[in-house]
Design a protein around this ligand. Structure first.
Ligand SMILES: Nc1ncnc2c1ncn2[C@@H]1O[C@H](COP(=O)(O)OP(=O)(O)OP(=O)(O)O)[C@@H](O)[C@H]1O
Ligand SMILES: [Mg+2]
Length: 367
């Protein structure tokens, strides 16, 4: 655990970058520091590994004041990733990743093996190992930056806007990669960003800072979205708070109707009298094929003869209520088809069912 205990940083010119900050960063979790430019995020982060020393207060790493640990020793246990990766331009990728192991005196082969293993872990083609940083895209360099920070297997990882310089698509994949890695590695991560969506996506807990380096709120994402502490936090969270909150509400309580899915081999005469205007048609393996409009059914034949409208599905137990609602909005029937992880239909979440589930969230019960 990392503990900030009444930490203040005053720079030589009198600027108070961080003001009386107290918070705890739990072991094995991602804690995000988010806030507008100049609110002291980088300063706070760098005080942990003593690139900057606090003016007042203490930072405790597993109970030990970092000021009592000499910086090289301290940093051995703390990986550090920055924007644009900060790779050494004249070293090959593999040697960039092996930087800390070399410093620790590992033999060359062991260090390189470790580097190769990590490159694979962060999703890079091993062909890249012998290239130089300028021969990689920004997103690839960023992955190398993460691999390098993990090389000596430090328990703590500090990440300062690591994904800010890449385009939104690459950024999304880097975020997902980080969450996947974290699920395996369980590092204690402090992640700095000015992007609230990134904070909400990655953080187990999110610390919102305001200019002057003061903590505005520390909470898990659903709590932050549901109950911002004040106007500053509310404004910083931006629009669509209510909708975004649905991402954290499980869809598992959604009532599904199995009677609204029919096999493509069914005869039209058997479904003509259905009391719904749309039916979800599935193949022999129960995978959705599309929606059939009941009033437009032909006189004879099977559902295989019917032109089906494209459908919205959500993966039950994984996609959250927001995913279910989104699928319903994209579907001509206004209902969403729930599928399992293999893509097999489990039933249909009708508008009534969605309405019921949303009603519970609106009342605060679903959070
Ligand atoms: N060496 C320094 N001397 C004086 N003031 C500084 C110094 N470094 C940072 N500051 C000031 O301290 C405040 C916090 O800076 P910091 O870099 O921690 O902000 P930040 O939240 O990381 O901002 P950004 O989102 O722009 O990276 C700012 O007002 C900045 O100008
Ligand atoms: Mg910064």
């Amino acid at each position: 655990m990392i503990k900030f205990d009444r930490v203040t940083k005053r720079y030589a010119d009198g600027t108070v970058a961080v003001d009386d900050l107290s918070l705890e960063v739990p072991t094995g979790e991602i804690t995000v520091f988010v806030g507008p430019s100049g609110c002291g995020k980088t300063t706070s982060l760098r005080m942990i590994n003593r690139m900057i020393d606090a003016t007042e207060g203490q930072i405790l790493l597993d109970g030990v004041d970092v000021k009592t640990i000499d910086p090289p020793t301290l940093r051995r246990g703390i990986g550090y990733v920055i924007q644009q990766a900060g790779l050494f331009p004249h070293r090959k990728i593999v040697d960039n990743v092996a930087t800390v192991p070399y410093l620790l005196g590992w033999d060359r082969k062991k260090a390189r093996d470790r580097a190769m293993e990590l490159l694979e872990r962060v999703g890079l083609d091993l062909k890249m190992a012998d290239r130089y940083p300028f021969q990689l895209s920004g997103g690839q360099q960023q992955r190398v930056g993460v691999a390098r920070a993990l090389a000596a297997d430090p328990p703590v990882l500090l990440m300062d806007e690591p994904f800010s310089a890449v385009d939104p698509i690459v950024r999304t994949s880097l975020q997902e990669e980080l969450l996947r890695l974290q699920a395996e590695l369980n590092k204690t991560i402090v992640f700095v960003t000015h992007d609230i969506d990134e904070a909400i996506k990655l953080g187990d807990r999110v610390a919102v800072l305001r200019v002057g380096g003061r903590l505005a709120q520390l909470a898990d994402p659903p709590t932050l979205l549901a109950r911002p502490a004040d106007d500053f936090v509310r404004e910083f969270l931006g629009r669509d708070r209510g909708i975004r909150r649905l991402s954290f509400v499980s869809d598992e309580g959604l009532r599904l109707r199995a009677d609204l899915t029919v096999s493509v081999s069914a005869d039209v005469s058997t479904v003509r009298g259905a009391d719904e205007s749309w039916l979800a048609v599935v193949d022999g393996e129960n995978r959705p094929l599309g929606w059939a409009s009941v009033k437009d059914l032909p006189e004879t034949g099977t559902l295989a003869d019917v032109r089906l409208a494209p459908y919205g599905t959500f993966v039950r137990g994984r996609d959250s209520l927001r995913g279910a609602l989104d699928a319903a909005l994209l579907s001509p029937s206004g209902s969403a088809i729930a599928v399992d992880e293999e893509g097999r239909a489990e039933g249909v979440a009708t508008r009534e069912a969605l309405d019921e589930a949303l009603g519970k969230v609106a009342g605060g019960v679903g959070a």
